[in-house]
Design a protein around this ligand. Structure first.
Ligand SMILES: [Zn+2]
Ligand SMILES: [Zn+2]
Length: 160
């Protein structure tokens, strides 16, 4: 544990029965539904309305726990972008939740292949998704809000 001492403070919640690295974090996917409640026992670094930054007691890695469907669905565990972010305001929701959002869209729309056509939103350089007029990012923005989409970073884009 000595080598972790220099990160002072943040390891105070470490479970002494669990040695660093004994957790499955390095094999966890970028997002997953929380099926056992273990991550919900981890130390909370910050909590918001429908999301929390929690720290794995095994390895000290930070994770975003979020309830993306609010009341409708369960919590998911996401590897935050940028990795290691320990505050909600540092987390890029669009990048962090992208894998989850894409898989939700695929549940509704089938596979999300790009078409040859450009996205119908003026000024958007991305290609439209087949069977739609819009690129993946504008579809995400329409369905989930632009703050969860890469279009949040677009300039000249007031359409949505
Ligand atoms: Zn871990
Ligand atoms: Zn677009």
């Amino acid at each position: 544990m000595r080598i972790f001492a220099r990160f002072s403070g943040i390891f105070t919640g470490v479970n002494p029965n669990q040695t660093p690295g004994s957790c499955p974090c390095h094999t966890r996917p970028d997002w997953a539904r929380i099926t056992d409640d273990e991550p919900l026992t981890w130390a909370v670094l910050e909590s918001g309305e429908w999301e929390e930054v929690r720290q794995c007691p095994g390895c000290g890695v930070n994770w975003l726990v979020t309830w993306p469907d609010a009341l409708e669905g369960g919590a998911i565990l996401c590897r935050p972008r940028p990795e290691g972010a320990d505050r909600l305001r540092l987390i890029d929701r669009g990048e962090t939740l992208r894998g989850y959002l894409v898989s939700r869209m695929e549940e509704h729309m089938g596979d999300l292949k790009e078409d040859k056509n450009r996205c119908a939103i003026a000024g958007c350089p991305r290609r439209a998704i087949r069977r739609t007029q819009y690129c993946l990012d504008h579809l995400i923005a329409q369905r989930y809000g632009r703050q969860l989409s890469r279009v949040a970073h677009d300039v000249d884009d007031d359409v949505l």
